[in-house]
Design a protein around this ligand. Structure first.
Ligand SMILES: *Cc1c(COP(=O)(O)O)cnc(C)c1O
Length: 430
């Protein structure tokens, strides 16, 4: 598969090059040149396929011929070594739990897949790749865990000092080996600005191969389309009119769902569930796309003022506002509403949702008001104990920590403090 840049100026790229570069030379996002729907027989037979078989069939056209099929099968199997269960709340609402991976956030799948692709491309290469990533919390842990021990890849994670949860900090500072954590005296925006400056700094890019590991990278973005197929496999015999509510920040996850729809998966509609950072909710009303600086909320992984994948969504629907509206609704909810939803889910269904999942639940309820015949699946994107303070405050019940979380708590944090871009640069050049 070839990829083109959505800025239209760069040359076409192979999958391999798109993964290694992250972003096109004209600063555009890469997008696959064509998308071929899977045959009807694939969907008719989905009950008989394992998750790895489904994922392999769905992803192979985007990877071929850069990774041989046998290797790709192994990559997919290793990536998906945990479960993706559906929990039914009532006749109209289910949740798809995406938090059973090693760092208990849905980003594990994309990070593990991308790490294995880069590892494969680096097998016979003695040039090292440096993955540089800024995190507001979950990305750092998933990337650190996914890339741990991958040959020829160094990972440098920038995180804002004092602004990630204790558990998130442990997940990204305790691994060692090829993973380095830089604790930035500043905000997440400062971390992201430093990373952007580094990608444009020729003294760095002449000396080293830098790449990104956020959902801009096609190898992190595309595997997320698996989730929607896994939900379909579990629900299609019971519910025909399936709708997905996706708690959205950078819009990578929901955009991957739309790719699954392009592959022929019968999804009727998507709901982008937002917190107060609601540029897309407003766009669908006004047709004006007006990014704003992000505001802090209790669903902090969605505190994004200018979602980088929205341009891919527009490309999928051929830049037609009408087509987009046919396929996408969006609602925005306050922290107060989110907490009320967490309590409602707990009281009515005896289920503990994290703040991001609770925003997704509210999106389902809002959509179902207008479309009572639908079955709405909201994605539970993180385990509730990753947001322990807020969860225990709201539902007033102590939570037991799962083994993935317990295992990092006693470990010693190792980080390097930096304050300026010059600090980052000298660290990278060392
Ligand atoms: C990253 C993240 C999101 C947002 O996903 P996008 O693909 O950026 O829209 C939602 N919930 C959690 C817990 C996350 O970590």
């Amino acid at each position: 598969m070839n990829y083109y840049s959505l800025n239209q100026e760069a040359e076409k790229s192979t999958f391999k090059n798109a993964v290694i570069k992250g972003i096109a030379p004209d600063k555009g996002l890469y997008f696959p040149e064509n998308i071929t729907a899977l045959p009807k027989s694939f969907y008719d037979n989905i009950d008989n396929l394992s998750y790895s078989e489904i994922a392999f069939e769905a992803i192979k056209q985007f990877i071929s011929p850069d990774i041989p099929e046998d290797t790709l099968k192994t990559i997919v199997e290793e990536t998906l070594s945990f479960d993706f269960p559906i929990v039914k709340l009532n006749d109209n609402i289910s949740t798809l739990e995406l938090f059973h991976g090693p760092t208990m956030a849905f980003k594990d799948v994309g990070a593990r897949f991308m790490a294995r692709c880069l590892g494969y491309f680096n097998q016979n290469n003695n040039k090292e790749v440096t993955v540089l990533v800024a995190t507001s919390g979950d990305t750092g842990g998933a990337v650190a865990n996914g890339f741990l021990g991958v040959k020829g890849v160094n990972v440098v994670i920038l995180y804002p000092s004092g602004k990630v949860s204790d558990i998130q900090e442990k997940q990204l500072t305790t691994l060692g080996e090829n993973i380095k954590a830089l604790e930035v005296n500043g905000t997440f925006d400062d971390c992201q600005a430093m990373v952007k400056t580094a990608f444009l700094d020729e003294t760095l890019t002449c000396n080293m191969q830098l790449t990104s590991a956020n959902s801009i990278n096609v190898a992190r973005w595309l595997p997320q389309l698996f989730y929607f197929m896994f939900a379909y496999k579990q629900l299609h015999n019971k519910h025909k009119h399936m709708v997905f509510s996706v708690p959205s920040g950078n819009f990578g996850n929901i955009c991957a769902g739309m790719m699954a729809q392009q592959l022929g998966l019968p999804i009727k509609h998507f709901v982008a569930s937002n917190n107060a950072n609601n540029v897309v909710t407003r766009y669908l009303i006004s047709q004006l796309y007006e990014p704003k600086p992000s505001v802090q909320t209790i669903s902090n992984a969605m505190d994004v003022g200018a979602p980088s994948n929205f341009i891919r969504i527009q490309e999928i629907y051929k830049n037609s506002f009408d087509k987009l509206k046919e396929n996408l609704s969006s609602y925005s909810f306050s922290d107060e509403q989110t907490k009320e939803a967490m309590l409602e889910i707990f009281n009515n269904y005896n289920y503990v949702a994290d703040p991001h999942g609770a925003v997704g639940y509210l999106g389902c309820k809002a959509y179902l008001k207008e479309h009572p015949e639908a079955h709405c699946v909201f994605l539970e994107t993180a385990h509730p104990t990753k947001f322990l303070d807020i969860v225990e405050e709201v539902i007033k019940e102590e939570q037991t920590l799962p083994k993935q979380i317990q295992s990092v708590i006693g470990k010693e944090k190792e980080s390097i403090s930096i304050s300026t871009y010059e600090d980052l640069k000298s660290f990278l050049l060392e």
